[in-house]
Design a protein around this ligand. Sequence first.
Ligand SMILES: *[C@@H]1O[C@H](CO)[C@@H](O)[C@H](O)[C@H]1NC(C)=O
Ligand SMILES: *[C@@H]1O[C@H](CO)[C@@H](O)[C@H](O)[C@H]1NC(C)=O
Ligand SMILES: *[C@@H]1O[C@H](CO)[C@@H](O)[C@H](O)[C@H]1NC(C)=O
Ligand SMILES: CC(=O)N[C@H]1CO[C@H](CO)[C@@H](O)[C@@H]1O
Length: 652
Amino acid sequence: MTNLTVSYNLNLTISSLTLSFGAVLMWALMLSVYSVDLLSSKTGQNRMEHHTDRYHGNELIIRRGQTFQIELDLSRPFNSNTDKLHLDLKTGPLPMVSKNTHVIIQLVEELEDDRWEAKIVERNGNRIKLSVNSHAKAVIGQYKLTVTVESPKGESATTHDPRKDIVMLFNPWCEDDTVYMDDEEEKKEYVLNDTGRLYYGTEKQIGGRTWNYGQFLEGMLEACLYVLEKSEVPPPGRGDPVNVVRVISAMINSQDDNGVLAGNWSGNYVGGVSPTAWNGSVEILKKYQKEGGLPVKYGQCWVFSGVTTTVLRCLGIPCRSVTNFQSAHDTDVSLTTDMYFDENMEPFDELNTDSVWNFHVWNDCWMARPDLPPGNGGWQALDATPQETSQGTFRCGPASVTAIRTGQVYLKYDTPFIFAEVNSDKIYWQRNLDGIFTQIQCEKKAVGHCISTKAVGSDERDDITHLYKHTEGSEEERIAVETASRYGTKPDVYSTSRAEDVSLEVKLEGEGPRMGADAQLTIVMTNLSSQARKTTLHIQVAVMYYTGVLKGTVKKDKMPVALKPNEVKTMEWVLPYHSYQDQLVDQAALMLTLSGRVSETQQVLATQTSFRLRTPDLRIEVRHSLALTQSVTGIQDIPFPSFVNLMVNKAV
Ligand SMILES: *[C@@H]1O[C@H](CO)[C@@H](O)[C@H](O)[C@H]1NC(C)=O
Ligand SMILES: *[C@@H]1O[C@H](CO)[C@@H](O)[C@H](O)[C@H]1NC(C)=O
Ligand SMILES: *[C@@H]1O[C@H](CO)[C@@H](O)[C@H](O)[C@H]1NC(C)=O
Ligand SMILES: CC(=O)N[C@H]1CO[C@H](CO)[C@@H](O)[C@@H]1O
């Protein structure tokens, strides 16, 4: 495809003296591209605006969903009335328009968001400057650019310089990108900071060490793209961050796929580097690429995590390394950490496969989860240390941290495993004389302490345990544990509930709450019994981006409720305007979470409702109830989460 034009140009420039007068005339009318300037210098407008100025080298490194500029040097001035121009961008070995790996960019008068389009923004003799817009869901990676021009005679000319690759990255600065993160300081930390702290040790003696992520150093972008290319994910899948991080979690360990790091916990590290000797990701990733994809020896959890942070920050996905102390390893998806003893209280070694590690390091990465119910966007746990296989491969996550906190372990990916790491109960079982095990003790606070990460903008340790679990021992935390265990392999562990006779529902009055006013919600509780029932409802309201990412909690409340026999109780609950007005973001919705436990029966009540605030110029459409209610072995249906969405669509 390249040679086609090059031959034109060479003929014309080198041997133009020998051309006939007629040929010269033809040439004057014809339009061709002499050169393409990607304006890719480190300190130029493109790389400054795209926050890619710190990457080494002088390639055009840009982020998707944002415009960039290029300049074309043509054989004569461009005539918008009669000449045509388009760009082709191709990525991967088999670029296809239908797979978004070949994009054709047409010239338009005005650029629109969320489209691949180009516009002429400057003309200067034979030079034109284009402003090019990319799609916020574009496939990331390396693209080759081709420019095609066409004049009235129909001649078409293309130039292509293979040295001029364009690298497209995820864009946390772009609201339409699912990795969008609004806080500037957080983006500086989780995307742009190239050093950090990793925590280790025990919860009583937490140690920290500096880790060199080095994502901007020479050769690192190439090394990180190499990891992506070695993975099984074909280029069309490289537009979806959920997919990309899942694949990266598999690629960082060497199991199955000759990934980056070989794990070794033996204490004998002959023939490799001891996991404690590494101080950063740079040497590891470069060595992996240099040796053509041979796993680097050796890693343990903090090394797997550090390298994962490097790769994701480099590709533009906000990411941090996270350490959990007293980290459980649940081998049988029971969502409990089980310790077995025989009749004499001697440990049953062959059954005791679950373990509690002093510490374990994994990652949080930030993105919306359009594949999950609203409210589950934001931090997603991802674990690259090879522990258990997921769908046949050693990988783990991304699991919504919100889903982990609330025990919604049925939401993908691998949420049960990470839930167990931070919040499983340690259950002690003893074998009776008849061979059957009975539960003799349940330690509820043994697992998941001091979950730590480097603070934003300082070298302090930030304790983020509250993101992963409600306060230890609180009713909300117990509800999460019991909700989760119903989806595990031992659902009867907590079958404490004696009856399931109270139901809980949220109703929105009329067309729903209006922007700028107090939001009034109606909570309806119904008994189904002929006895009195008492409970305390925990009420929490959070602001949520339209992407399903929770921005923050705006109100927490508790409401005692007493139900008379056979009563249907309708309660009004008001969210005052002042409590949420400062928190509202563009197209925001609110997420209401209710939970509680009935005192008499121990029945768990839980429901979530998300709603938008009406504004006058919007049309409202009521979409109903995505019921995720599931029934598990002999226990009641869990009404959690059931959603009533009030979706507001812009009238077109
Ligand atoms: C760990 O490294 C030692 C020394 O090279 C080697 O003998 C052992 O097999 C390794 N273990 C694993 C699990 O690779
Ligand atoms: C990390 O280790 C390398 C050698 O392995 C060394 O050159 C470098 O100075 C170390 N960096 C830090 C920050 O300790
Ligand atoms: C990274 O974070 C540390 C601690 O907050 C800070 O000192 C350093 O300047 C940051 N580096 C960059 C490049 O932002
Ligand atoms: C008002 C009322 O009686 N509500 C319910 C209470 O429980 C009974 C028995 O289950 C139901 O039939 C009622 O509808």
